[in-house]
Design a protein around this ligand. Structure first.
Ligand code: 5GP
Length: 219
């Protein structure tokens, strides 16, 4: 069920967690937002961060902006599914927020860095890992300059982090090279639709369509 295809969230199966990572400037945020707009039944996991909000960012929508003390309290209470220091600031995902959505049959997109993805892989089986690559490091740097949100020092640091993140590709199931937004989005859509069409995900719906044939549990 979405504004453009036929796969659906049935309300009985658990949703899928899509973990999306990319170097800054690869276009990850745009692609994730497009997926949320395009599909029904898919939600964005709003992270907690100690970095300050940028122009046009809204607390509770883009991030939950909190101070270091509050972040540390959340760590101590074990509330994070994963957390990491990225570009000298802390970022984390609330375990409760994500599992509540997944349990209700929603798919969730998490836009997190490689360190976070590694932690999720250990703690939550069944997630799908997608890495978005810029066509080149130069393109990445140019995108960061064009968006005008970061200082020159920040940009240089982000490009350096990008170089080391790209080496961690083996953690991921799918790679999307974002040299063209439209075709990169087609690829992301295909991955989501394919995961939604898996037998284990479709079984509840199949059972409802063919109640006389399928009486037992998932097989
Ligand atoms: P930005 O400050 O540009 O919004 O994000 C910087 C980096 O932090 C991005 O690579 C983004 O994926 C990552 N990030 C955002 N939220 C989280 C999170 O909850 N956990 C982790 N590990 N990384 C995050």
């Amino acid at each position: 069920m979405n504004k453009g295809d036929t796969t659906s969230v049935t309300g009985t199966e658990k949703g899928t967690l899509f973990v999306v990572s990319a170097p800054s400037g690869a276009g990850k945020t745009t692609l994730c937002r497009k997926a949320i707009e395009y599909f029904d039944g898919i939600s964005f996991s709003v992270s907690y961060t100690t970095r300050s909000s940028r122009k046009a960012e809204i607390d509770g929508i883009d991030y939950h902006f909190i101070d270091e003390g509050m972040f540390q309290d959340m760590i101590n209470r074990g509330e994070f599914l994963e957390w990491a220091e990225v570009h000298h600031k802390l970022y984390g995902t609330s375990r409760k927020d994500v599992t509540a959505l997944i349990d209700r049959g929603y798919d969730v997109i998490m836009d997190i860095d490689v360190q976070g993805a590694r932690q999720v892989k250990k703690r939550l089986p069944g997630a799908v890992y997608i890495f978005i690559l810029p066509p080149s490091l130069e393109a990445c740097e140019e995108r960061l300059r064009k968006r005008g949100k970061d200082s020159n020092t920040d940009i240089a640091m982000r490009v350096n982090v990008a170089k080391s993140e790209i080496k961690d590709l083996e953690l991921y199931d799918f790679i999307i090279i974002n040299d063209n937004l439209a075709s990169a989005f087609e690829t992301l859509k295909s991955i989501i639709i394919a995961k939604r069409s898996e037998r284990k995900r479709m079984f509840g719906k199949v059972k409802r369509l063919f109640p006389d044939i399928f009486t037992g549990d998932l097989y």
